[in-house]
Design a protein around this ligand. Structure first.
Ligand code: UD1
Ligand code: MG
Length: 450
C-alpha cells in the first residue's frame, strides 16, 4: 500500500498573498494539483493533504478527492505529519511531500520508492548552484548522518552544497512509532520532520538518500519569483518535448502548453498561444497568435486564428477566427467555418456548416451544410430561462436574422435577411418576417437639401 502526506498548511509569508500558497499556479495548475496528479499516476492509495492557512480554498478545489487533516497552529513539518493520523494504522510506505515542491517527476518518485524497498527511510537530495536556505545534508562518507536546517548550521555545515529537497519515503509503521521522539529544540522552536534521520539512525534503521542531479526539478517555491522561475522551467520542459516530437513551436518563450495536453504531428503553433487543461489536439493544425484553448478536443488540419475555445470539440478541416469564441460544450463538425467575431455556446454545428461573421449561436443544434449570414442571433434567453433552437440540414439563414427560441427550423429552408423568426418553419419553406418597404418618391432629395 502506498500512502502520501502532502504538507500544505504553512502561510507562505513570502508570497504576500491572500491565497493559500500551494494554490498558486505553476503553468496551468495549482502547485498542489501537480503533486496530486503525480501521486495519482503513482497509484497512491491514500492521499492526505495537511491544510491550515487557506484550507477552505484547497478543500473547495479538491472536494472529496483526498483526505484532509487540519493543522492549527502550525508547529513545523513534523507536527504537520503528526496530524495526518488517519494513516496511523495503514500498511506500506508513506511519501511525505512538501506542498511547495511541485515539479518532481514520476520517474524521480519511482526511484525513491525503489530505494525504499531496501531502506525504511529515504530522502531526496540534490546539489543546486546555490544551496540558499535549504536544509543541509550531513554525511559521513556515503552515509547520511542528519539534516541540519540552514538556521541551525555551524559555519562548516553552511558550506555543504548537498541539500534536502523535502520529499521523503518512510515505512509507515516506523514513521508513527518514532514520530513522537521528534523535539523542537532548534533555532525556530519547530518540530522538524528532518530530525527523523537522526532518530532512525539511533534505532539502527538504515537511511538512504536518492541524489538527483536535475536540481531545477527540485526547487521549492516560496516567493512569486520562484513561482515564475518554476513556471518557465516547466514551460521549457514541455515545449522542448513537443519540439522533439513533431510540433513546430515558433516562439517557445511565449507559448504555454499544460502537462495534460497532447498534440499530433505537424501541428504548428505561432507565438502567444496558451493551451491549458486536458486537451487533445490532432495532426496538421495551424494555431495562430492570440489563441487560448482549454479543455478542448481538436481534430486534424484545422486553422485557428486568435480565438478562444473552451470545453468544446472541433472536427477536421475547420477554419476558426480571427476572434471567435466557442465555449460550454460546443461540438463543431468537419469542414466548417466559424469566422470573425462569432460566439458559440453549447451548440452542435454540423459538417460543412458555415458561420462567417459577427454572429451569436447559443443553445442550438445546427445540421449539416447550413450557411449563416452576417449578424445572426439565436435569441436564447428571456431574462429568466434559456431556450433551445433547432435548425435542420441545408438551411440558409440570411444576414441580421433573429431566431427567437424555442423554435424549430426544418431542412432545406431559407430565413430571409432581416427576419425575426418566432415560429417553426416547415421543410422546404422560406420564412420572411419583416415589415414591407415603402419608397417615398423624391423624399430623399428633399430631405438632403432642406
Ligand atoms: C523545508 C525543510 C528543509 C528543506 C526545504 C525544501 C524542514 C524543517 N525543512 O524547509 O530541510 O530544504 O523544506 O524546500 O522540514 N508546512 C506545514 N505545516 C507546518 C510547517 C510547514 O504544512 O507547520 C508545509 C508548508 O506549507 C510547506 C512545507 O510544509 O508546503 C515546507 O515548509 P516550509 O516552511 O516551506 O519549509 P522550508 O523552510 O522551505
Ligand atoms: Mg519551503
Amino acid at each position: 500500500m502506498l500512502n502520501a502526506i502532502v504538507m500544505a498548511a504553512g502561510k507562505g509569508t513570502r508570497m504576500h498573498s491572500q491565497s493559500a500558497k500551494t494554490m498558486h499556479k505553476v503553468l496551468d495548475k495549482p502547485m498542489i494539483e501537480h503533486i496530486y496528479d503525480t501521486l495519482k499516476k503513482l497509484d497512491t492509495d491514500n492521499i492526505v493533504f495537511v491544510v491550515g492557512h487557506g484550507s477552505e480554498q484547497i478543500k473547495k478545489y479538491f472536494a472529496d478527492k483526498v483526505i484532509y487533516a487540519q493543522q492549527v497552529p502550525q508547529l513545523g513539518t513534523a507536527h504537520a505529519v503528526s496530524v495526518a493520523d488517519e494513516l496511523k494504522n495503514k500498511e506500506g510506505k508513506t511519501l511525505i511531500i512538501n506542498g511547495d515542491c511541485p515539479l518532481i517527476s514520476c520517474d524521480t518518485y519511482r526511484q525513491i520508492l525503489k530505494m525504499a524497498d531496501e531502506y525504511p527511510l529515504v530522502l531526496l537530495t540534490t546539489t543546486p548552484d546555490d544551496p540558499a536556505s535549504y536544509g543541509r545534508i550531513v554525511r559521513d562518507g556515503q552515509e547520511v548522518i542528519k539534516i541540519v536546517e540552514r538556521k541551525d548550521c555551524d559555519e562548516q555545515q553552511a558550506q555543504i552544497r548537498e541539500i534536502n529537497v523535502g520529499i521523503y519515503c518512510v515505512d509507515n509503521k516506523l514513521l508513527w512509532q518514532y514520530l513522537p521522539e521528534i523535539k523542537n529544540d532548534n533555532q525556530q522552536k519547530e518540530y522538524y520532520i528532518t530530525d527523523l534521520v537522526e532518530i532512525f539512525r539511533q534505532h539502527n534503521l538504515k537511511v538512504g538518500a536518492y541524489h538527483c542531479l536535475d536540481w531545477q526539478q527540485m526547487q521549492g517555491i516560496n516567493s512569486r519569483l520562484e513561482l515564475i522561475k518554476a513556471t518557465k522551467w516547466l514551460q521549457k520542459k514541455i515545449n522542448d518535448y513537443w519540439l522533439n516530437n513533431g510540433i513546430t513551436i515558433v516562439d517557445s518563450q511565449s507559448t504555454y502548453i499544460g502537462e495534460d495536453v497532447s498534440i499530433g504531428e505537424d501541428t504548428i503553433i505561432y507565438p502567444n498561444v496558451r493551451i491549458e487543461g486536458k486537451c487533445i489536439i490532432g495532426q496538421g493544425n495551424v494555431i495562430e497568435e492570440g489563441t487560448y484553448l482549454s479543455n478542448v478536443n481538436i481534430g486534424n488540419n484545422n486553422h485557428i486564428i486568435a480565438s478562444r475555445i473552451t470545453d468544446s470539440a472541433v472536427g477536421n478541416n475547420v477554419n476558426i477566427g480571427p476572434n471567435a469564441h466557442l465555449r460550454n460544450g460546443c461540438k463543431i463538425g468537419d469542414n466548417c467555418r466559424i469566422g470573425n467575431y462569432v460566439e458559440m455556446k453549447n451548440t452542435v454545428f454540423g459538417n460543412g456548416s458555415k458561420c462567417a461573421h459577427l454572429t451569436y449561436v447559443g443553445d442550438a443544434t445546427v445540421g449539416e451544410k447550413c450557411n449563416f449570414g452576417c449578424g445572426v442571433v439565436t435569441v436564447n434567453y428571456d431574462g429568466k430561462n434559456k431556450f433551445h433552437t433547432e435548425i435542420g440540414n441545408h438551411v440558409f439563414v440570411g444576414s441580421n436574422v433573429n431566431i427567437i427560441a424555442p423554435v424549430k427550423i426544418a431542412d432545406n429552408t431559407v430565413l430571409a435577411a432581416g427576419s425575426t423568426i418566432t415560429d417553426d418553419v416547415a421543410a422546404g419553406d422560406m420564412a420572411i418576417a419583416r415589415s414591407r418597404q415603402q419608397n417615398k418618391v423624391g423624399y430623399g432629395f428633399k430631405y438632403l437639401n432642406k
